[in-house]
Write a protein that binds this ligand. Structure first.
Ligand SMILES: [Zn+2]
Ligand SMILES: [Zn+2]
Length: 375
């Protein structure tokens, strides 16, 4: 049963830490609550550490260090490096190196460190149990020049223990003695750690499994509002893989992306600058390109389909016509973007409507195809 596990490559320290923290949190937290109960202080301490460490990963490790989606002041860098270490997801340098490989080789079984093509559990956390390769860190030369990043890289484990376990225990002690200290360690420390880690792991597993692909269906990355709730806005992963340097993942105004809002707020406070945004016309162009591919695939699948009733024939003909208009619209927009012509919001809305019409027609045709033949 265990013969296929490459024992020589197991990362024993990391694996033991993951397993021990998980089971201690799972058993220790309910035991503590059953014995001592839980008060508002412990809940607020958990929420604070959950947000501080979780967003240090999404805002700091991910968007700031791995993607350089904006520039941040030393205080923001230091805060995210301190609280990011308390999420125990390696140093920002190692994390960014793995993550840049993930974007460069997404879905490649060999070079994507957490390729979903190797299975859900592998992408979620299985990859962490193994030493994948000695990290050459050649892809993080820019981060190696940052003294704060290198300081955290050398000391991230003691920093993690101090900020992630000792600090909530001490705050608990000053609030209510040893009983509260134990609660702080177990709830805001251990249970929070397990929650934050699995929220991050969801990005590599569920965000490559559930949701839609409105920008690019050639990768497994997906957009899901549900996953955005659990991941501080990282759930709009199809957009992110299409435009990885944008500081926004939920690019639409109504999409849940607290990390984006936090970065924007920091910029208003003068603590973040040079927020990178993909121009709207390039986003619409990607949406149109994806819809064009979907329409072409639908037309190809419909061409071998017997037209046994006028409704189906009519729907197919309408899709052909709308798809032709979309192709022309796409070429027009592609040229305008290439020539850097300023495009009004009204014009972009027309292109978007064109794409939405094709989308509706594809859905109609799919539902007609799913119905039994009238012949
Ligand atoms: Zn991804
Ligand atoms: Zn990314």
């Amino acid at each position: 049963m265990f013969s296929k596990i490459p024992f020589d490559r197991i990362n024993w320290v990391t694996s033991s830490f993951l397993i021990v923290t998980f089971f201690t949190a799972l058993i220790g937290t309910p035991l503590y609550i059953a014995h001592f109960g839980i008060d508002l202080f412990q809940i607020l301490l958990f929420v604070f550490f959950f947000i501080a460490t979780g967003m240090s990963i999404t805002l700091g490790y991910h968007r700031l260090f791995a993607h350089k989606a904006f520039k941040a002041s030393r205080s923001v860098k230091l805060t995210t490096l301190l609280f990011g270490a308390a999420a125990f997801e390696d140093s920002a340098l190692d994390w960014s190196s793995d993550h840049r490989e993930h974007h460069k080789h997404v879905d490649d079984e060999h070079d994507d460190p957490y390729a979903i093509s190797k299975g859900f559990f592998w992408a979620h956390m299985g990859w962490i149990f193994f030493k994948l390769y000695p990290r050459p860190l050649a892809n993080v030369g820019d981060l190696k020049k940052d003294p704060l990043v290198m300081w955290q890289h050398r000391h991230h484990r003691p920093i993690g223990f101090a900020v992630g376990f000792l600090l909530p225990a001490m705050i608990g002690y000053f609030y209510g003695g040893w009983e509260s200290a134990l609660g702080g360690f177990l709830i805001a420390g251990l249970a929070r750690l397990v929650c934050v880690q699995h929220c991050t792991f969801f990005i590599n597993s569920l965000c490559h499994t559930i949701g839609k692909r409105p920008y690019d269906s050639s990768t497994s990355a997906r957009d899901s509002w549900l996953m955005a709730i659990f991941t501080f806005g990282e759930g709009y992963h199809n957009y992110h893989h299409s435009f990885q340097h944008d500081y926004r993942n939920g690019v639409k105004p109504w999409q849940w992306d607290p990390t984006k809002w936090a970065i924007w707020t920091l910029s208003k406070l003068g603590l973040a600058t040079e927020l990178r945004r993909v121009p709207e016309e390039k986003i619409v162009l990607a949406e149109l390109r994806e819809m064009k591919h979907q329409a072409e695939a639908q037309i190809a699948s419909g061409s071998t389909w017997k037209f046994t009733c006028p409704t189906r024939e009519e729907a197919y003909a309408t899709l052909l016509e709308l798809s032709q208009q979309l192709s022309e619209g796409y070429s027009e927009l592609e040229k305008a973007v290439g020539d850097r012509i300023k495009i009004s919001g009204e014009a972009l809305s027309r292109w978007r409507q064109m794409s939405a019409d094709v989308g509706e027609q594809i859905l109609l045709l799919r539902s007609l195809q799913a119905q039994p033949s009238m012949a």
